[in-house]
Design a protein around this ligand. Structure first.
Ligand SMILES: Cc1ncc(COP(=O)(O)O)c(C=O)c1O
Length: 418
């Protein structure tokens, strides 16, 4: 039988033969082709915020496909869903308005676009020497060339040879280190990029005051501030965007995933007035864009998704569930196998003790949880990722906690027995 699917972030010597083929989903549950049901603790890859099986999104996609499945938004062309979704995002984004919204096909494209917009901004502003972008240790900004170059997860940045030049890493949550980097590269820094809560690098919320100080330093040195809200956008922390939660106004904001709850691939960069006005008024042709920038079906689904988040009060629901998730994770502290836990909104992580010494451990815990009917994911640093759909119940959150505990016990028992 043919077996051609090349899985992303996979060791194909394993994944070619060992697959979990998922077939359908409803709420925060998915089923595989053999009929096994799983509670999805991660909302896919941090995206399915409104849960699976939403008729409104499916109907909007179907209707838009019937009207106009696709047309580019290059040059003068537009379509109604792209116009409306851009306006909706611009109204919600915490960028200083009026804001311009540039659509992409996903989060990696959004980061690439934001990096190029930042560099272009300084070219047009008459400071072409500003080419350096500062990012942070533990950062994940996708896998395009720019995102890989900005990566603070070392294993993701290694093994490709030379990457995009002029990227600099500073320790996460260390504003003194950022200040030193700004001084070292004085007059050459185009932008600083960070996830409001570090996601794939281990779900690491900042300390109080961190983002306010970063914004202060960026403003002081006239450096553009890019917030990568690919995970944290659209309600993960209760607010529409995490920047709002931390009280900052970035110059550029990247988003994807939760904008459509993953029902269609879509990303964007929201550019506040400082960038928008310069590049719209004086930038000439911005020679960048994707075939599917402003894809009408993706944008129609995005509009329906945002509407659902609003009418079902899903953001207040996240606010109510956040302490429940924190409590579930706190209940794991002190158990054998658990080194630390962290959470912010409906984002959580469990650091597994011993993962550094035994890199196969997280995979075994994930498999043990799958056998117990819960889909979870191991992050590069050896933590378990929790990012459930906003429709998850308190009982289901408790079940995830109990399943982590029983999976850890089973993995430990298997080690003793082997
Ligand atoms: C913060 C952040 N930026 C960018 C990306 C890349 O998005 P995509 O996988 O849609 O290209 C991700 C994906 O997880 C992300 O978490």
């Amino acid at each position: 039988m043919m077996n051609a699917l090349w899985h992303p972030f996979a060791d194909m010597s394993v994944s070619a033969e060992k697959k979990v083929v998922l077939q359908h989903g409803e709420g925060c549950h998915v089923w595989d082709e053999s009929g096994n049901e799983y509670l999805d603790a991660t909302a896919g890859l941090w995206f399915c915020n409104v849960g699976y099986g939403r008729r409104d999104l499916i109907e909007q996609a179907t209707q838009q496909m019937g009207r106009l499945p696709a047309y580019s938004t290059f040059d003068v062309y537009a379509n109604r869903p792209a116009l409306e979704l851009a306006n909706r995002i611009a109204a919600l984004a915490p960028t200083a308005g009026p804001t311009g919204v540039f659509f992409t096909s996903g989060g990696s494209d959004a980061v690439d676009t934001a990096g190029k917009i930042a560099r272009r901004y300084w070219q047009v502003a008459g400071a072409p020497e500003r080419t350096v972008i500062i990012s942070r240790e533990h950062a994940y900004h996708g896998v395009n060339a720019y995102g890989t170059s900005l990566s603070g997860i070392q294993v993701n940045a290694e093994g490709w040879g030379p990457l995009v030049a002029d990227t600099v890493r500073v320790p996460a949550h260390d504003t003194a280190a950022l200040e030193r980097a700004l001084a070292e590269h004085s007059g050459r820094v185009a932008a600083f990029i960070g996830e409001p809560v570090i996601g794939a690098g281990g779900v690491r919320p900042p300390e109080d005051g961190y983002w306010a100080r970063v914004q202060e330093l960026c403003r002081r040195d006239d450096v553009l501030l890019i917030a990568d809200e690919v995970i944290s956008g659209f309600g993960r922390l209760g607010t529409w965007f995490a920047c709002e939660h931390y009280g900052i106004e970035p110059d550029l904001l990247t988003g994807a995933k939760g904008v459509t709850s993953g029902y269609m691939p879509l990303g964007f960069v929201a550019a506040g007035d400082r960038v928008r006005s310069l590049l719209w008024d004086d930038g000439g042709v911005f020679r960048h864009g994707y075939t599917y920038s402003g894809h009408p079906v993706a944008c129609a689904v995005g509009l329906a998704n945002l509407e659902l988040i609003e009418i079902e009060s899903l953001r207040p629901r996240v606010e109510a569930l956040a302490p429940v998730l924190a409590q579930v994770l706190d209940g794991l502290v002190g158990r054998p196998g658990v080194a630390a836990v962290r959470s912010a909104g409906l984002l959580g992580a469990v650091d597994l003790a011993g993962a550094a010494e035994d890199p196969s451990l997280p995979g075994r815990v994930v498999a043990a949880m799958r056998e117990r009917g819960v889909l979870i994911r191991a992050l590069a640093g050896g933590s378990l990722q929790l990012s459930p759909s906003f429709v998850i119940s308190e009982v289901e959150l408790a079940r995830i906690g109990d399943t982590i505990a029983s999976a850890l016990d089973a993995v430990a028992a298997a080690e003793v027995g082997s």
